[in-house]
Every structure is written in C-alpha cells, then in structure tokens.
Write a protein that binds this ligand. Structure first.
Ligand SMILES: Nc1nc2c(ncn2[C@@H]2O[C@H](COP(=O)(O)OP(=O)(O)OP(=O)(O)O)[C@@H](O)[C@H]2O)c(=O)[nH]1
Ligand SMILES: [Mg+2]
Length: 387
C-alpha cells in the first residue's frame, strides 16, 4: 500500500468497495468513479480487499442493493476479511443502519469517506472549523441520534476536527454548529476587508483534485506548497507572488481541489476557502491532460465553480501533465482544446507562455499591475488570500 497513512498502533481498515450503477450511467464513468473511490480509500489509509459492482434500475429503499447482492457482499467480506464496506453511492441513514446490522460490519458511503479524508488532512484552524462543521451537519442530517456519537469513534480518518466524543456529548451539536458558523463568518468578513484593500491582480488556481495545482504554484513562484500524489493534498489557501515578466506581478493562490459528488455540505462549509475563486480577477483551471477522464473532470469543475458563484470569473484552461502524454495523445488534446495553455508544472514546461497569457488576460480585464516594491501580502501569513 503506497499511500496508507495508518500507524502500527492503529487497526488496519480492510475495505470492500461496493458500487451500484443505476439508470444509464455509461460503463466508463462507473469504472472511473470506482477507481476514484479506491484512491479515496487508499488516501484515507484503508487497504482495499475487493470490489463489487451491481447494475440495477434503481436502489432498494432498505438496503440500496438487492437481497442477492447482499449475500455476495457478505461472502466477499468474509473472503477478504473486510472490516469496512464503502459504498460509492450516497446512502440514507436508514440504509446505513440496515446494512450495518445485516453485515455486522461498519458501512460508510462516498460522502462520509471524503469527510473523513478532509478531517485527516485539515491543518489550519480555518480548515479544521470547516471540516468539523461539515461533519456535524452530515451527522445531524443523516445519522439517527442513537448512533451519531458512535460514528465519531475510531475508524479511518475519524481524528482531528470533530474527533472528540466528549466535546459532542457535552455540547449540543446544533449549538456547536452555530458557533462554528459564527467563527467562519468572522473569517469571511476579514477576507472581505482584505479583498477591498487589494491592489495586486489576484489569480486563483482551481481544478480537479490531483491535477497539479500546488506543483504549478511552486513552479511559478519557487514556493513550497505541499505536493502529494494523493487526493485532497491541499485544504488551505496558499498565496504567492508571481513575476509574470516585463515588470508585471500578480498574486497567485492555490486552493482545495474538486471531485465528482463533492458533498454539498462540504462545499457550503468550505465557503470561506472557496470564495477565493469567486473573488479572483482570473481563474487558472488546471486539468490533468493525461487523465482519460479529463472531460468528466472539466464538467465537475464547471459545476462546482457554478455552485460557488465563480462561473463568471474570467478563466484560462491549463492542460497540465503534458509531459505524460504521447505525441499523438498530445495532438488530440491540443485539437480538442485549442484555447488551452499546455504546460508541465513538473518539468516546468510552457511556463513563460502561461505567464504571458496571464498578463495579457489581466490587462484585458482592466487590471493594473503594482509598481515595484514589496506587496502588502508579503507581510501576511499563509492562508490569507488577498492583498
Ligand atoms: N507527470 C506530471 N506529474 C505532475 C505534474 N504536475 C503535478 N504532477 C504530479 O501530480 C500529483 C499531484 O500534484 P499536486 O500539485 O499535489 O496536485 P493538486 O492539484 O495540488 O492536488 P490537491 O491538492 O489534492 O487538489 C503529484 O504527484 C505531482 O508530482 C506534471 O506536469 N506532470
Ligand atoms: Mg494541492
């Protein structure tokens, strides 16, 4: 297991992945989604011991899967010694309970898995508040009261923000939610004040998780943003000065990546982080050109940008990881996306062209570049997106 994060003292989670494909979902999209679920499980520190896919008209109310498939899942769990079942589909609270009871094994869905990864990854105070809020809202809305507190104990990723059952017992969850919301509102207001004082053009890197946003920020700025071949490596904003050439400079910020079926609660909770995109002068939509699911990724990114109100912000599409494409595939991508800027953040290719396109687009937007001298942002700590 390349990515498992568990320590020797932790119980290793052995996960069986279950996917129910409903309606007219194409085979390729279903396979991509299951492959992504496996990466998510891996990122969360679980060992995947098997996969089960079922195609059916629609889910059943009680168990999501049919009785026959339930028996298959039981056999696969025994065979793989699974102690966790992860559904690629969104389960209702009733379905989770029924499956838990029928299988005698902890059952979670994709949303809960993503929430757990975010909990594990959150570093800054702001990200921790946002994750805890999303977890609490998820629990309040989905899980019956009797099992709410148990689900915060143990298991993959259930650590960091929201981990303390004591805290949950001592404080009614709704009061805690209101408190967290108030704290995030303060952060939002502080950001808003910062934004109004901003004098530098402000560029935001956005895109699917693992597309190479942090690598690109490092390549553009010689900075030290955290890069990892895992999903959701970045949960905080990081802002760096970037010299675009010809004496023109801008601030470029890196932020959290998107994924298909990103839980709505998470998007809402990460509002103060994601707002950075909506307030930018220019979005750089970073896409992994070497990923066969590029079109799907771009659809998800467009949908998420709309959800956070950033769909009207001027944007440049960047096809990253061009070094990982063979000549014919590279030509096909170039033909399909003629306006995109093709780069390799890792090999630092195409960066001068990219900088020139950024400067030209900012000029078209009427942005003014600051005179020489240190920017106000130089005195700010990371995570404050703006100057
Ligand atoms: N081959 C190749 N790999 C790249 C390139 N850019 C980034 N990568 C790799 O892609 C993986 C993800 O890179 P990150 O920069 O962490 O991606 P990200 O978009 O910031 O990911 P999140 O923070 O998880 O949303 C790392 O293993 C990088 O080394 C590139 O141009 N070519
Ligand atoms: Mg990143």
């Amino acid at each position: 297991m390349k990515h498992a994060e568990g320590t020797a003292t932790e119980r290793v989670e052995r996960a069986l992945l279950v996917q129910v494909v409903t309606g007219r979902t194409p085979r390729g999209a279903a396979a991509d989604s299951l492959g992504e679920l496996e990466r998510l499980a891996d990122t969360a520190g679980a060992v995947v011991v098997g996969r089960i896919t079922q195609r059916r008209e629609g889910p059943t109310a009680g168990l999501y899967v049919g009785e026959g498939k339930l028996a298959d899942i039981q056999v696969a769990c025994r065979r793989g010694r699974a102690n966790l079942v992860i559904f690629d589909n969104d389960l209702s609270a009733v379905q989770v309970n029924n499956l838990d009871l029928a299988l005698g094994i902890k059952v979670i869905d994709r949303t809960e898995l993503i929430l757990q990864i975010f909990a594990r990854r959150a570093r800054s105070a702001e990200a921790k508040i946002q994750v805890e809020l999303a977890q609490l809202q998820y629990l309040v809305s989905r899980i019956p009261v009797s099992v709410r507190q148990q689900r915060f104990q143990g298991g993959i990723g259930m650590r960091g923000p929201g981990e303390s059952p004591l805290q949950l017992r001592n404080e009614p969850m709704r009061r805690r939610i209101r408190d967290l919301q108030a704290r995030l509102e303060q952060v939002r207001r502080r950001r808003e004040r910062t934004r109004r004082r901003r004098t530098w053009p402000f560029v935001c890197l956005t895109g699917y998780t693992n597309a190479g946003k942090s690598t690109l920020l490092n390549a553009l700025s010689e900075g030290g943003a955290y890069v990892d071949d895992r999903l959701f490596a970045t949960l905080d904003t990081k802002t760096r000065r970037v010299n675009l050439g010809g004496g023109r400079r801008a601030l470029v910020t890196d932020t959290v990546g998107f994924i298909r079926h990103l839980p709505h609660g998470l998007v809402a909770s990460f509002r103060s982080t994601l707002d950075v995109a909506a307030e930018a002068d220019l979005l750089l939509i970073v896409a992994d050109a070497s990923d066969a699911a590029l079109d799907d990724h771009l659809r998800v990114v467009a949908g998420t940008l709309e959800e956070i109100g950033a769909e009207r912000v001027p944007a440049l599409l960047l096809l990253n990881k061009c070094d990982a494409l063979e000549a014919r595939a590279a030509a096909a991508r170039a033909a399909a996306f003629p306006d995109a800027v093709r780069v390799s953040a890792l090999r630092r290719r195409g960066l001068d062209t990219l900088k020139a396109r950024i400067a030209a687009t900012l000029l078209e937007q009427g942005c003014r570049f600051p005179p020489a001298g240190p920017p106000p942002a130089a005195r700010r700590r990371d995570g404050e997106a703006g100057c």
